[in-house]
Design a protein around this ligand. Structure first.
Ligand code: GLN
Length: 280
């Protein structure tokens, strides 16, 4: 099998099951299986795959055809220009979450921040990589996710400035961190009934507990409100990702008593994606 045949095979299989961008993905799978760059793959279509490359190529293609996320297959994902280790048990960082990081960096100078539901640790690591003196407490209820976060913080050289904290609740945080200047969170916000409409990559492979926000999608924003009430200093900011404009309205009501809404950011599709609240 040569590069051209392999690309064609991957393209046909991926497009027949409706994977978006089949041509790009076919190239990517071939790159991953052979270690050759895209230019080389396109430039030498007659180049034959070795037996080992062919086996790897077929194995990766088979997993992709079953709709396993590419990032789980390769074991890594890019976020904020950094490489994160990801895999089953932690959410693949999404490009729109970078908007949350941007918003947080604009208002946060230094001090301690809390990343509630850290997952792969992508948000906390991105902020720590930009602010050399700040510290973080990264909380998650999933031990698996915390493993990825730990690995990523260590690999990115920020581990010594992070406290990793396993918690299911809103109250059991260490005393030294009971006053933070910033809280960031990308909580699970998809209403339970909508999970079945998500892409197969997400629905079948990504951890449901990182996605499912309960009947109305607001379960974790309710908890986050009490976390912020307890831990956030007066004048401190709460920056969180949301799933829809409807949630924006509901959250302004929910948070309105103790917080002022000071910013709303849209993603590239024009959807309201990040809310910034300031504690009164
Ligand atoms: N904070 C992580 C991210 O943004 C995980 C979010 C989650 O699991 N809901 O990717």
């Amino acid at each position: 099998m040569n590069f051209r045949e392999a690309r064609l095979l991957a393209f046909k299989e991926l497009s027949s099951i409706g994977v978006p961008n089949p041509s790009l993905e076919a190239d990517f799978i071939l790159e991953w299986a052979t270690g050759k760059g895209r230019g080389y793959i396109h430039g030498y279509p007659e180049h034959m795959l070795s037996a080992a490359e062919k086996t790897k190529f077929k194995e990766v293609l088979e997993r992709r055809v079953k709709r396993e996320p590419l990032q789980y297959i390769t074991g890594e994902s890019e976020f904020w220009g950094l490489t994160f280790k990801v895999g089953p048990g932690c959410l693949v960082p999404r490009p729109e979450t970078e908007i949350l990081v941007e918003a947080a960096l604009e208002i946060f100078e230094e001090g301690i921040f809390l990343d509630w539901g850290t997952g792969s640790g992508c948000i906390a690591a991105a902020i720590l990589s930009e602010k050399a003196t700040c510290k973080a407490v990264a909380v998650d209820c999933s031990p698996k996710a915390l493993f990825y976060a730990w690995w990523n913080f260590k690999n990115l050289g920020v581990l010594e400035r992070v406290l990793l904290w396993h918690s299911n609740g809103t109250w059991d945080l260490p005393e030294a961190y009971e006053r933070v200047d910033l809280i960031v969170s990308n909580p699970p916000y998809i209403p339970t009934t909508e999970i079945q409409n998500l892409m197969p990559e997400v629905r079948l492979y990504e951890p449901i507990e990182a996605l499912d926000g309960g009947t109305d999608g607001l379960k974790y924003y309710n908890l986050l409100c009490s976390v912020a009430n307890r831990l956030l200093s007066h004048g401190g900011h709460l920056v969180m990702e949301i799933g829809s404009t409807l949630q924006w309205r509901q959250l302004s009501k929910l948070y309105g008593g103790q917080f002022n809404l000071v910013g709303v950011r849209k993603d590239l599709s024009g959807l309201d994606r990040v809310l910034v609240f300031q504690r009164k």
